[in-house]
Design a protein around this ligand. Structure first.
Ligand code: SAM
Length: 227
């Protein structure tokens, strides 16, 4: 991957402006996890500065939070966000595939937000396999990310997303839009929801639901449950 996430400010502006719909994603996840037992162990893959987790936090009793990200800059911001919060947390500055390959802990909830699309096709499936092994019985994984429409090619996806961004992300400077375009063009490899549905069956998840689709259609939230 490029070094886009090593300078965190541009992505933070995107999140603050609501361009990737983190508020609505958090609302939809909250509706699903409120009925779960409290005292949750949460694993956040490609956590960045954990925007969705911090939106969920006031409503949950968290036993421990574990965040994994390869960007030191993101984890620096995240460490500051934990200041004065009464939550046990551990952050790992590591590739998520390396982390998952050697992690032997188990969680109640796994979040994977806008990060799986950076993995290769094979690693995405392997990531689901490894994540399944890190979930307790009845544990749940939430994947919120960008997805291809059925039959859409990556080139069509890129043209659509970049047009949408140029037309709607009006708070971004010309330089920021250029950096975003270069990052998206070089590093975004989304798949169709159907591909994730098939993988989740292959891996053994008992339930797969497409929970939410964003105002921009490629933003979606999936829920995978271990029975
Ligand atoms: C678009 S940001 C999403 C951050 C956060 N999850 C959110 O929803 O706002 C993608 C994050 O995934 C991280 N990332 C991408 N590929 C990764 C990998 N292979 N291992 C660990 N982190 C990765 C990046 O460093 C970045 O912080």
């Amino acid at each position: 991957m490029d070094d886009f996430f090593q300078q965190w400010r541009t992505y933070r502006t995107v999140v603050n402006q609501g361009y990737m719909e983190h508020n609505r994603i958090a609302d939809n996840i909250l509706r699903q996890i409120l009925p779960l037992a409290q005292g949750l162990d949460i694993l956040d893959l490609g956590c960045g500065d954990a925007e969705v987790f911090f939106q969920l936090l006031p409503e949950l009793t968290v036993n421990a939070y574990r965040g994994v990200d390869s960007s030191a800059a993101a984890l620096e911001v995240l460490t500051e966000r934990f200041n004065n919060r009464d939550v046990a947390f551990q952050l790992d500055c590591q590739d998520m595939m390396d982390f998952l390959s050697s992690h032997d802990g188990q969680s109640d909830v796994i979040l994977a937000g806008f990060c799986l699309h950076h993995l290769s096709f094979d690693d995405k499936k392997r990531c689901l396999e490894l994540a399944y092994g890190c979930l307790r019985e009845h544990g749940v994984m939430f994947i919120y990310d960008i997805f291809l429409q059925p039959g859409e090619s990556r080139n069509q996806y890129l043209a659509n997303y970049l047009n949408y961004m140029q037309a709607n992300w009006t708070a971004m400077s010309v330089q920021e839009l250029e950096a975003l375009s270069a990052h998206i063009t070089g590093c975004d490899f989304p798949e169709e929801v159907q591909t994730f549905r098939q993988w989740s069956q292959d891996v053994g998840f008992e339930q797969f639901r497409s929970l939410w689709e964003g105002g921009w259609h490629s933003h979606k939230l999936l829920q995978l449950k271990r029975g």
